[in-house]
Design a protein. Sequence first.
Length: 453
Amino acid sequence: MDFPPSAADCISPLDYRFWDPEIAKHLSPRAFLRRQIQTEVALVRAQAARGLCPDKAVSEVTAAAGQITWEEVMIEEDRISHDIQARVNCLRAKVSDETKPFIHRFATSYDIIDTANALLYREAAQDLVYQRLVVLVHTLLDVAEREAATAQIGRTHGQHALPITFGLALAVHASRLNECALNVFENAPKLRGKFSGAVGAYNAASKQLEDPEAFEKEFLALLHLKPAEAGTQIAPPEPLTTLVSSIVEACGVMANIADDMRHLCRSEIGEVSESFAKNQVGSSAMPHKRNPITFENVKSLWYVVKERHGTVLSTMISEHQRDLTNSAAGRFLPEIFAIAAIMAKRLNKAMAGLVVHREAMARNLDTARTSIAAESVYTALAAKGHPNAHEKARQLAVKSREIGQPLMNLILEDEEASKYLADTPIEQLTPTPGIAEHKARSIIAVLRNRYVW
């Protein structure tokens, strides 16, 4: 079996452009092998606890587990064309003949694979993805707190709407992402292991054990796992699908944040920008360019991860007690965890270094004020008893746009409107951010004090 000798020979961008040793520690083939070996050791320990094998077997298998290398397993797999049996052979080769029978005893391949996957993905979700999401949430809260009072024009449908504060916009993003992070953390422990054999009926174990279900619980408890309530040759896919879905949801929120920041970086808006290194180049043709590349990169990764999610949903279907249609597709599953971790780390760096152009926010808000006062005019007219306040405000707003005059000037000139609003203070007709600053600080306080762990 040939493997690429260097990063330059790899195909997946995760193995060179997006390479991250921390991610590899959790999700690489070596990491998966480590979890499989851990599962095999637990199986021997469970047998020893019942007196089904001598304690010597536990010591031997534990020692052998520390000597197994991924390379030797791959060589053996190349020889026999079976991944799980290759690992079993390598483990048995390092113990005495007396201990060999207890390795992989009663097990089918997916007793080990699904249990090892539960360990792998639980750890990756909690110790990698969740931790990076929490760091990003805290960064968002820091920037939101700093900008809690920074007035900004809100936008709906890409158009000027009403004033908010930039801090509120970020606090809302932080709240959404925090909810996703909690879902990831809470769904990870729901992953289940299994030891029910080739069709879920405990066929092999029931030949020698009176209570194979109890043995399954004992074995999985050594790995801090619980068995699925029911299964076939494989564990039910729903817990893993739910976990993956919660991770993909978090990726969607991160893409939303990146997209919002990217739009605010536009030359015509210019309210924020990414920090730019001294020697950084923005374009090979246009030396003046300072592109929002990190925000664009995060959104681009979203395109990839959401399609991977579709593959996970597709592999929920397995015919009868199990088919092999998930085998190739399942090997891409770690990429979802990896991409989520990459997105969180990159977006965190961009948000931590975000340059906020408050003067541009103020300028854009001032430009919008003359056209966005219609809501204030509408509510003021309604409060004074105008029978068709919304339509009157709409007519004035349309006229304001058509002739290029401030809405306030038209109100003073309009006999009908001025009759209702003559004694209304100008402050009541001027659009403000409302309680945006208060709401931002309230969200920040709740997240800091209660939800972010």
